[in-house]
Design a protein around this ligand. Sequence first.
Ligand code: FAD
Length: 500
Amino acid sequence: MSNLQKKTDIILIGAGVMSATLGSLLKELAPEWEIKVFEKLASAGEESSNEWNNAGTGHAALCELNYTAEKPDGSVDISKATKINEQFQLSRQFWSYLVKSNLIRDPQDFIMPIPHMSLVQGEENVSFLKKRFEALSNNPLFQGMEFSDDLEKLKEWIPLIMEGRTSNEPLAATKIDSGTDVNFGALTRILFDHLKEKNVEINYKHSVEDLKRTSDGLWEVKVHDIESGNIEYHTAKFVFIGGGGGSLPLLQKTGIPESKRIGGFPVSGLFMVCNNPEVIEQHHGKVYGKAKVGAPPMSVPHLDTRYIDNKKSLLFGPFAGFSPKFLKTGSNLDLIGSVKPNNVFTMLAAGAKEMSLTKYLIQQVLLSKEKRIEELREFIPNAKSEDWDIVVAGQRVQVIKDTEDGGKGTLQFGTEVVSAADGSVAALLGASPGASTAVQVMLEVLERCFPQHMFEWKEKIKEMLPSYDVSLVDNPELFEEILASTAEALNLNEKQLVHS
Ligand SMILES: Cc1cc2nc3c(=O)[nH]c(=O)nc-3n(C[C@H](O)[C@H](O)[C@H](O)COP(=O)(O)OP(=O)(O)OC[C@H]3O[C@@H](n4cnc5c(N)ncnc54)[C@H](O)[C@@H]3O)c2cc1C
């Protein structure tokens, strides 16, 4: 056991896409600051950010029906969709900046163009999709979206889904070619390689066990070096808790008032992956359906062309389920260990409110492979069980907190930054829209924790992200410009032409 005291400017806990993004932003804005990273696993991007643990959708609200709710008057609310689209444009701009500055070599190592489609069945759903299409196509951010309920057109768009379909129920889809498949695992690894070149000290197999305030206002982080068994103490002016599902327990250890009365609700995931190259070749797109009644938003079924390990793949899912672990590599005691005197009533209230969701998730865990194939057949009527294998995806820990409109113990489906009033520590909780909006979320961390630097950083931020602080809905010309320039920098146009 050693008792080393090491000082640094910034500590990033966890080597997922969020720490990777924050570290990369900080290296551009304050290159002289010393950064250390502690990751308990052996390499970067192994938990939720790993390509097999998430769906790799560049969420820009081009196909996700849960981002456009139907209002009581029957009209479609697109405000969430425009917000998410604008946030995704920031990610595209940051990645483009890194490519143009030669900090990322080949964008196709992590991003590929892929049409995004929404598909619905039944009269009511078709009428909703049409209304949604009309609302979105009047908005500059969704130009180029097409709608069709013509079976011949649908056969052209989604031949695999249309083959063997016998139901007479009406069917409709929307399609937009500017969608993307993002390999967030590869992106995370690329960003950590870049950070290493910039002299960031990255410590793998180092688990953070505790955080304490020192008398001089710094944070002391207790780290367990898993290989040597040593305990180290590192101090920093600012700590980012980017532990994914592991963030909540670390946030609780800080003891900051903002960490109280917050709980976590873990949701596990499964995908089915196709092992038949002939089937994989017959599909090209990300096709999002509608969540079943009573299913949470993260279990919206979708059939996705993915690019993983330099190969085209086909995945279906995710099937949500219940597991008490906060990380895929976590412990069955994570959930119970997160119940503290300050959040026990919040957690109990959520438990009582979300009984039906818990029941649904447990039922989902118990589904046999054949039952899952039946759900897949709603997308691919001719799907054969032997063509599909099951892969376990990442864990999402949804935030539970007391809210004004939801009351005590309300389950949140979004992403949440929790920070100390003095900005010395921030944690990221929740998982949706997730990695796609990492740049926007990390900008929020910077705005909250470094307000004194934002004025001097603004010029550099605008150089990297021209749409920072600007509404793209209100500036359609800027949107056009950004969409075109990022498509060029990320080499998304050429591939779109090849596949269309
Ligand atoms: C099934 C599923 C599908 C998804 N689909 C999409 C999608 O299509 N598009 C999208 O944009 N997002 C998607 N997401 C969300 C996205 O994956 C996450 O938002 C994102 O990866 C979170 O990144 P992170 O860096 O916060 O966490 P992670 O990638 O989980 O990284 C956290 C890291 O912290 C480490 N860590 C934890 N505790 C400690 C500790 N005490 N000490 C040291 N290290 C620690 C972990 O080992 C891990 O490496 C999906 C998620 C899931 C689970």
